[in-house]
Design a protein around this ligand. Structure first.
Ligand code: 5AD
Ligand code: SF4
Length: 446
């Protein structure tokens, strides 16, 4: 009947653009897999597409505005196209999006992606107000078909959502409560990925280390990490993002003992001031955080440490800022992502006055970034002369340099005269000859 004919009328085309974090990037891979599975065809530009999807981020106001800029462009000349807003802005704004951008026909948050096939049927049937906004799920989004972007590194989501309540953060509202996958399903997926030729796996979760196996096996994160690193054919395992409160020493012991686990930990601190950490409801003090850093530094392997910083949170004084700069010096991070505080809907910090002017936030951000730049120049210089194993990720045709990634997640651009394109995806040894603030330069060693 009608349903069967609908499916075969024509192949519909879709375009998808993704904003935000790796969780979103991986969600898009799964959404693409679902769409392909439903018979849709992906095209590279929105102009060519009948269905246009935006998978959105709302972590900061600037990120949120991006999707509305995109949609604005199609306000007049989007006729004949169907627009869908997915991800965090969809969850946060819900049906208000239909008012802001009346040419949008579907709004769907990440906890409802399991319902995408049914929602697509509704769209095809001409429904112009299709929504998937429930957060009331204990399911995780797993698809039989995931179209992965990177041919060597594959993401596996092991835990979705967040049960913490950091005062500035919208994520618990956009991604819902924590749900872990069973360890057996994670290991099965890792084995499949290895059989497909992937050699690097990145375990994903908003609080990846809060993972708790819901099956009777009952593995914790350290056990899961170690077991993924034992899957045959997997040479590198990464994980992000870790929450300091749940960061226990067995994670470091696992990295120390298993060379297939990459020596890199991303441990967002947000501020170096205990007073600020308390205001942010981060659930740890500066001292407790530094205890985790001490474990990482005491490992036999040299583990790179990276972090996230927020400047200009309500109540932040010069003294608090100085404590953050001082923490950067103490830890000597390999890299830092720093942000100006941005007020987000639903968060508890909304009750606090956002009293620090924008120019002052800009000044504090610049201070943090310049301080960290000097640290990175110093740290990276120490690698000159060292030989590092790199996964070759590409070739920069302009410079003739191969783009390599070390276990510590540093970019190492190197020369390898005579090498062919098939080098991409291989692991090679490279001697570091020069170092900058953000990358290393080297040459292949045979
Ligand atoms: N304002 C600024 N930065 C934020 N982050 C999260 N929420 C906000 C906000 N409201 C930053 C944190 C987090 C990273 C992913 O984004 O540093 O670790
Ligand atoms: Fe946001 Fe805090 Fe949860 Fe991270 S731990 S996602 S910063 S609420």
């Amino acid at each position: 009947m009608g349903g069967a004919t609908l499916q075969y009328v024509q192949v519909k085309t879709f375009y998808i653009e993704t904003f935000g974090c790796q969780m979103n990037a991986h969600d898009s891979e799964k959404v693409i897999g679902t769409l392909l599975d439903q018979g849709y065809r992906q095209v590279p530009t929105p102009d060519e597409a009948e269905l246009v999807f935006y998978n959105t981020c709302s972590i900061r106001d600037k990120a949120e505005q991006k999707v509305f800029h995109r949609l604005d462009k199609f306000k007049r000349d989007g006729k004949g196209k169907t627009f869908a807003v997915l991800g965090c802005v969809a969850q946060q704004e819900g049906e208000k999006i239909f008012e802001k951008a009346p040419h949008v026909s579907m709004v769907c948050g990440s906890a409802s992606y399991n319902q995408l096939p049914q929602m697509l049927v509704q769209l095809e049937a001409g429904n112009r107000r299709v929504t998937g906004l429930s957060l009331d799920t204990d399911e995780t989004f797993e698809t039989p078909m995931t179209r992965r972007d990177n041919p060597h590194r594959a993401y596996i989501t092991i835990i979705e959502g967040c049960d913490k309540k950091c005062a500035y953060c919208v994520v618990p509202f956009t991604r819902g409560p924590e749900r872990s996958r069973t360890s057996a399903s994670v290991i099965r997926e890792a084995r499949q990925l290895s059989a497909m030729g992937y050699s690097e796996i990145q375990l994903l979760g908003q609080n990846v280390n809060s993972y708790q196996d819901p099956s009777p096996a009952g593995w914790d994160f350290a056990k899961l990490l170690d077991e993924v690193g034992r899957v045959e054919g997997i040479r590198r395992v990464r994980f992000t993002t870790s929450h300091p409160r749940d960061f226990v020493k067995p994670i470091i012991d696992a990295i120390d003992a298993n060379p297939f686990l990459c020596n890199h930990v991303h441990l967002p601190v947000q501020s170096g001031s205990t007073r600020m950490l308390e205001a942010m409801q981060r659930l740890y003090t500066r001292e407790e955080y530094l205890q985790r850093i001490a474990w990482i530094k005491a490992a036999r392997r040299s583990i790179a440490i990276t972090t996230d910083i927020i400047v200009g949170f309500p109540g932040e004084t010069e003294t608090d800022l100085a404590a953050t700069l001082d923490l950067l010096s103490d830890v000597e991070y390999d890299s830092v992502f720093s942000f100006k505080y941005s007020r987000r809907p639903n968060t508890s910090a909304l009750a606090l006055e956002d009293h620090i002017p924008e120019e002052e936030k800009i000044r504090r951000l610049a201070l943090v970034q310049e301080h960290q730049r000097q640290i990175q120049i110093r740290r990276n210089a120490a690698y000159v002369g060292a030989v590092e194993e790199c996964l070759v990720e590409g070739l920069n045709k302009a410079t003739g340099q191969w783009i390599g990634r070390t276990s510590q997640y540093k970019t190492l651009n190197f020369l390898y005269p005579g090498a062919e394109e098939s080098l991409i995806g291989q692991y090679v040894d490279v001697r570091v000859t020069r170092a900058g603030a953000n990358s290393l330069v080297g040459e292949y060693v045979s």
